[in-house]
Design a protein around this ligand. Structure first.
Ligand SMILES: O=P(O)(O)OC[C@H]1O[C@H](O)[C@H](O)[C@@H](O)[C@@H]1O
Length: 529
């Protein structure tokens, strides 16, 4: 029997408040060797520089038990209506494999249904790649452009950028490589820049909107249509556009597209990268086999997250460590710092995943909470961040727990040796140095040169950013956010907080805006109506 309690109604939480954090300035080599938890797909979570004593870990495991986190995870994957705000199931795990009991809805096995959908869009992707599906003027496609925003852009874009170089370096000569591009912002300069040099005759557009009503996406669809009419007047754009949407959306079945692929209401936007939302463009750009390897990595991480022992469950440990830093150590933010340029847009995806899921002030029943919930999430690749915001992280007044990601090998194998070390070696040396510098600091009699240390971090490390490793990373963070939301007794799967801005925008553009809105409209030169 599942019970739902607020964090501050649990015994474990009050015991956590009594604990003393591990002082990370006391980091030792022995702790680095021992404080490791396997994640999946060859990834390992190192928590040596985290503020965790054994006793704290024991209490975090008690919290997991008291909040029934694993039981609730299994229930979610087996069809419990965990999205209380929209009264919906949450089934993104079934996109990459069967976790527990089958989910049968109106006689339909959901996992089998998702597999059928995957087979459909994989077959389409293959037809584009092998040239059997051509544009309306008979030319094969060389470019695929996704038009979408939020969950219809951030995850797919991050995954594409994360693998494009690996695929280029590892593909068989016979395998075509199509370029993917992304249009998301309603800012006309975004679409104009992406389309400036596009060959419309060889381009396929993937229009992605789960709701089918997102203003930015529909506006950009028209932007593309008008530009295509000017630049390629003979083109039949319908034969260059596929739609990815929900079956109940205005975009579904409207006959205006070459094909339509569907996602159902049980796949939330920020959790949809392993559905057609990411699968169509990644399947076209990289091939269905690469997308399947990403799904396999995600499924491995999903399975690993079912492990009851917190010391063997990286997602659960990472989640409750984050809760400890947020609710006991009062840390308001966290930074995700991938030492991999290919993960350049991964922190942006995690911002939506985390902050749109757990940026809430009421619990799953709408009752106000008396404790902190989702943290501010930011991040940039290293080593670049070191030349940007690390000053605050090292010597600022606001300690920020850091989540590093690193790989032993580069994706492409190209390198140079400068002053006795390769670039990849320098990248990894900087990463190791930063973890120790943040943890141990360094005393100096000049206060301006003094490093206090005591800045906690974790490290996810793997051999190479492969499709499986990327899938495992993606699922790890989805499951981490899910465990945190369950521990905070939130509904992590709706997003009412995005509605007010949309309503005021509509008021300004079509209705009767208030005086304040009109004043800013004048300042900005908004010519509404
Ligand atoms: O996929 P769409 O329906 O166009 O929605 C795109 C985005 O719109 C909103 O901003 C929601 O908050 C996001 O969760 C969603 O991903």
């Amino acid at each position: 029997m599942l019970t739902y309690k607020n964090l501050d109604q649990t015994r474990a939480y009050h015991r956590l408040l009594e604990t003393r954090p591990f002082d990370v300035t006391s980091l030792t080599a022995e702790r680095v060797e021992t404080c490791q938890t396997p994640l999946a797909a060859g990834l390992t979570l190192s928590w040596a520089a985290a503020p965790l004593e054994e006793k704290t870990l024991d209490i975090l495991e008690e919290l997991a038990q008291e909040q029934q986190l694993l039981e609730k995870y299994r229930a979610l994957a087996e069809g419990e209506r965990m999205n209380t705000g929209e009264n919906r199931l949450v089934l993104h795990h079934l996109l990459r494999g069967q976790l527990g009991a089958e989910v049968i809805l109106e006689g339909r096995n959901q996992r089998e249904f998702y597999l059928e959908q995957q087979n459909r869009f994989n077959a389409f992707a293959q037809s584009v790649r092998d040239g059997s599906r051509k544009g309306s003027t008979g030319k094969p496609f060389t470019t695929v452009v996704q038009i979408g925003i939020g969950g219809s852009d951030l995850g797919p874009r991050a995954l594409y950028l994360a693998l494009a170089d690996w695929v280029r370096a590892h593909r068989a000569e016979s395998e075509p490589l199509l370029e993917a591009r992304f249009i998301s912002n309603v800012d006309p300069d975004d679409a104009a820049a992406v389309l400036a040099d596009i060959d419309f005759e060889r381009t396929l557009f993937v229009l992605v909107s789960k709701s089918g009503t997102t203003q930015e996406t529909l506006t950009n669809e028209q932007f593309v249509a008008e530009l295509a009419a000017r630049r390629a007047p003979g083109l039949d754009l319908k034969k260059h556009t596929v739609a990815v949407t929900s079956e109940t959306s205005p975009m579904a079945h409207n006959g205006g597209y070459l094909e339509s692929f569907f996602i159902d209401d049980y796949i939330g936007g920020r959790y949809s990268a392993t559905s057609a939302v990411g699968g169509v463009i990644l399947g076209i750009a990289f091939g269905p086999r690469i997308f399947q390897r990403l799904l396999d990595g995600a499924h491995q991480a999903d399975r690993a997250a079912l492990e009851p022992d917190i010391r063997k469950n990286a997602a659960l440990l990472d989640a409750l460590l984050g809760l400890y830093e947020r609710n006991v150590l009062a840390m308001a933010a966290t930074a995700v710092l991938p030492y991999s340029q290919a993960l350049s847009r991964f922190p942006a995806h995690l911002q939506q995943l985390d902050m749109e899921s757990n940026g809430k002030r009421v619990n799953r029943h709408g009752e106000a909470l008396n404790y902190q919930t989702g943290p501010l999430v930011f991040g940039e690749p290293g080593t670049n961040g070191q030349h940007s915001f690390y000053q605050l992280l090292h010597q600022g007044t606001t300690p920020v727990p850091l989540q590093f990601i690193g790989f032993r090998d580069s994706q492409q194998g190209q390198d140079t040796t400068f002053e006795g070390s390769t670039s990849q070696t320098k990248l990894k040396a900087n990463l190791a140095a930063q973890i120790v510098a943040f943890a141990k600091g360094r005393a100096h009699e000049n206060p301006n040169k003094h490093f206090p240390g005591g800045r906690p971090s974790t490290l996810i490390v793997g051999e190479q950013l492969t499709p499986e490793a990327l899938g495992a990373l993606l699922a790890h963070y989805e499951n981490k956010v899910m465990f945190q939301g369950l521990a905070w007794n939130l509904n992590s799967f709706d997003q009412e907080g995005v509605q007010l801005g949309k309503m005021l925008t509509t008021e300004l553009l079509t209705g009767s805006p208030g005086a304040e809105l009109q004043a800013f409209a004048r300042l900005l030169g908004v010519n509404a109506g």
